[in-house]
Design a protein around this ligand. Structure first.
Ligand code: SF4
Length: 173
């Protein structure tokens, strides 16, 4: 989603799940067949990883519903694990990528622009404030805010529901 348009991602997602509707079938797929389906995303090197992931899920028996279980799968990092817990299992989980990091960093006044994945201070703050209930909706709301209000170059603070508590907005006024 960081590199491709959402409409392209949606098409690839549909083709992938139509062709291999479960992990068992994806685990038996040919690498070049997976490459052909995911090519529009420009991530063809991930084809082998996707198949490895499917094999690991088959071996485990299902998609794990714990952070440690998800992180043990090949190719799954903190973002994918957190997003899976929040969206698929409706569990409390921090979900931070380059886009949501922008909102959280501005709100909390964190100066860093390092990649979100290794920023433990940021992850720790997001873990603390992510609610136990409606985690999925919380994360979607932060993504929507980043896409429509807290824009990369010029944030629209005057229309932002977080303005009163936002460190960046306070610093700019
Ligand atoms: S107040 Fe401004 S900088 Fe802060 S989160 Fe909202 S849009 Fe972003």
């Amino acid at each position: 989603m960081q590199r491709s348009r959402s409409v392209t991602v949606a098409k690839v997602y549909e083709r992938l799940f139509t062709r291999w509707p479960d992990a068992e079938r994806l685990a038996r797929a040919r690498i070049d067949s997976i490459v052909a389906v995911i090519r529009p995303l420009g991530l063809t090197s991930r084809a082998a990883k996707l198949r490895d992931l499917a094999k690991a899920i088959v071996q485990f028996g299902d998609v794990p519903d714990s952070l440690d279980g998800l992180l043990a799968l090949p190719g799954v990092g903190p973002y994918a694990a957190g997003a899976t817990l929040a969206v698929a299992f409706n569990k409390q989980a921090a979900v931070v990528d380059g886009v949501t990091a922008r909102v959280y960093r501005r709100y909390f006044g964190l100066a860093s622009d390092a990649p979100a994945v290794g920023d433990e201070e940021l992850w720790s703050l997001v873990r603390k404030i992510t609610p136990r209930r409606s985690t999925k909706e919380w994360n979607w709301a932060v993504l929507d805010l980043a896409a429509t209000v807290c824009l990369p170059k010029v944030p629209r603070c005057s229309t932002c529901p977080l303005q009163a508590g936002c460190a960046l907005s306070r610093a700019r006024s």
